[in-house]
Design a protein around this ligand. Structure first.
Ligand SMILES: [Zn+2]
Length: 99
């Protein structure tokens, strides 16, 4: 399986634009990106029985204000938001699927 790579990632007009090494470009609205946050606080964790209960997530306008983009380990991107939330690690494969 070929490993995806990001050539460039930038914030443009409320969207995150990702240029992939294979020439594909992905545009993701910041709000959509935040609502897709894959961390356990946002999406829930399976309990002992394997059931996943999605916790209630409270958003504020700051929740959709992207303040930091960080590439993690060459396979994922960590986004930091103005409300202090920064635990979501978005794998490249996940970001491609979102786009
Ligand atoms: Zn989260």
């Amino acid at each position: 399986m070929a490993t995806l790579k990001i050539e460039n990632i930038a914030q443009i007009n409320g969207e995150v634009a990702i240029a992939w090494e294979d020439g594909v470009e992905t545009y993701l609205r910041e709000e959509e990106l935040r609502k897709s946050c894959p961390c356990a606080n946002c999406q829930g964790e399976p309990d002992a029985m394997g059931r996943v209960v999605r916790p209630p997530v409270i958003y504020s306008p700051k929740s959709f204000d992207l303040v930091n983009i960080e590439i993690v380990g060459g396979y994922a991107v960590k986004f930091g938001w103005a409300d202090g939330h920064a635990t979501g690690i978005y794998s490249y494969a996940f970001l491609r699927k979102l786009g």
